[in-house]
Design a protein around this ligand. Sequence first.
Ligand SMILES: [Zn+2]
Length: 102
Amino acid sequence: VIPHDDAAAPGPIRTCIGCRERVAKRELLRVILRIDEDGLPAVVADPEGTAPGRGAHLHPTDACLELAVRRRAFARALRWKGGAQAPDTAGVRAHLALSETE
Ligand SMILES: [Zn+2]
């Protein structure tokens, strides 16, 4: 049976890499891995969800960001193979700080 009621559809579900809660994708912030000019990895926010490449999702909160950092969840979720060099998350932090002032 094909459901016709789109309003009732839960939509895509994603796991927050911070608190590991499974929630609707639209409640989460997508982040992606960028390699800067120095070849260093940086995690950046992708609020539109349109950037190419592998993304990870987390609640747009400091608490979940901290959890994800402490768990080294970014490197795992984004398939970063850089070893001890953990991806820089300053870009995500900055994005959250900006969102809070709105
Ligand atoms: Zn979370």
